[in-house]
Design a protein around this ligand. Structure first.
Ligand code: GCO
Ligand code: MG
Length: 412
């Protein structure tokens, strides 16, 4: 099992994806997702120019050693570009090991701890009527847990609201919410924290009145609040029994969560922009969160995210892996195998990919009664159709950014 080929495949069906494909001398292939939304080509260069030459000739069976070699051997460590590149290598090696063993990856991780993974989808609307329609549409698609995002009066364009007419690629596919927009420059969105804090509790009250107390509801504040504002929001949402409130403050200040935690019992989820266990050190040890939001794709792969989640398990903190459309089908499959195997699984985010994406990535997962299962094919259960991928060349796309009414740039 010597790696004799490593291809970095960039494709843009519906949106951009970066995939590492490793091939061994005995003909096995493994896939890893290295997609970093809006900065895709930086990871391509990191892989192609600096990592691929190190992989050729290595023993594909040595997953942990390869991880340590790429992480410690670079000297410069952490950060989204590095960790997405390492994640892709790690995931591809797990895929190869599964194929070599004739087993799905979750079996190599200890076997299934449950029958399927509860998943949540993204309902949204610019007003309550649109939001309720979107919740009902998700329930019809089988979702048993739903994230709620709405427009805020006075703000034209904000995070989390799907457009019915277009997707990022203007393919006519309705993405639940796809923030990356194709184009030369990023779109500007608006933000006003006071207007948001006034509006959101009423939205949850209306949703509870319409859909009842049972349905698990989630919400993403997308890093925009100060600690004291976050505490206010958490408190004001307590009557509506959220499954979680996500990314209330910009996540790099771990201590900020202490203040939030002291003031509210609304469960907190954080970490989709984190890359390593060190980003979680304090918030896990002090039990400042309830769910770890990291994706396999952005956190050094299956090997490293498993270490984060095992650490979290000691504190009754569960997984809530990131699963927006910018996690490719390969990254989603990796998340499903890991989520099925660990004991402290919480919930999996699941936004559907478009038909063009599904044609590039042949997948074997199942979606039944609101639950995902990665399937039982050896490895991850995803194959990349290179011809189909080649039909969709990279298109520049950026995430939007925020400005306040006075022109100040705000966290997006
Ligand atoms: C989520 C996320 C996404 C991110 C996007 C950035 O909770 O799903 O916040 O919507 O904004 O993945 O690339
Ligand atoms: Mg989020």
């Amino acid at each position: 099992m010597i790696i004799d080929r490593a291809d970095v495949v960039v494709t843009s069906p519906d949106r951009n994806f970066v995939t590492l494909r490793l091939t061994t001398d005995d003909g096995l292939t493994g896939l890893g997702d290295a997609t970093l939304n809006g900065r895709e080509l930086a990871v391509v260069a990191y892989l192609q120019d600096h990592v691929v030459p190190l992989l050729i000739g290595r023993d594909a069976s040595r997953i942990e050693d390869t991880w340590q070699f790429l992480y410690r051997g670079a000297y410069w460590r952490r950060g989204p570009v590095t960790m997405a590149a390492i994640a892709a290598v790690d995931t591809a090696l797990w895929d190869i090991k599964g194929k070599a063993a004739g087993m799905p990856v979750y079996q190599l991780l200890g076997g299934a701890s449950r029958d399927g993974l509860l998943a949540y989808g993204h309902a949204s609307g610019k007003d309550l009527e649109e939001l309720f329609d979107s919740v009902r549409a998700h329930q019809e698609q089988g979702y048993r847990a739903i994230r709620i995002q709405t427009g805020v009066p006075g703000l034209n364009s904000i995070y989390g609201i799907a457009s019915n007419a277009t997707s990022a690629a203007n393919t006519g596919v309705r993405y639940d919410h796809e923030p990356a927009q194709r184009g030369a420059l990023p779109n500007q969105e608006d933000w006003d924290t006071r207007a948001y804090l006034r509006h959101v509790p009423g939205v949850f009250e209306a949703v509870r009145n319409e859909f009842g107390p049972e349905l698990p509801l989630l919400h993403d504040a997308h890093h925009r609040l100060t600690p004291v504002q976050a505490a206010q929001l958490g408190k004001s949402l307590e009557p509506y029994d959220l499954f979680w409130l996500e990314d209330v403050t910009p996540a790099e200040n771990q201590e900020a969560l202490r203040l939030v935690r002291h003031h509210t019992t609304t469960p907190l989820a954080i970490g989709e922009v984190f890359n390593t266990v060190w980003d979680y050190q304090q918030i896990i040890r002090e039990q400042l969160i309830d769910y770890v939001r990291s994706a396999v794709t952005h956190t050094g792969g299956i090997s490293h995210l498993k270490k984060v989640l095992d650490y979290a398990a000691q504190y009754q903190i569960k997984s809530g892996m990131h699963g927006p459309t910018d996690i490719s089908p390969v990254g989603m499959a990796a998340a499903m195998h890991l989520g099925l195997a660990i004991h402290n699984f919480g919930i999996q985010e699941y936004m559907r990919h478009g038909a063009a994406t599904d044609a590039v990535f042949r997948q074997s997962f199942t979606w039944r009664d609101g639950h995902l299962h990665p399937g039982d094919e050896p490895g991850l259960g995803v194959e990349l159709d290179l011809d189909e991928a080649g039909r969709h060349p990279y298109v520049r796309a950026y995430l939007p950014y925020n400005r306040l009414a006075d022109g100040t740039v705000h966290d997006w």
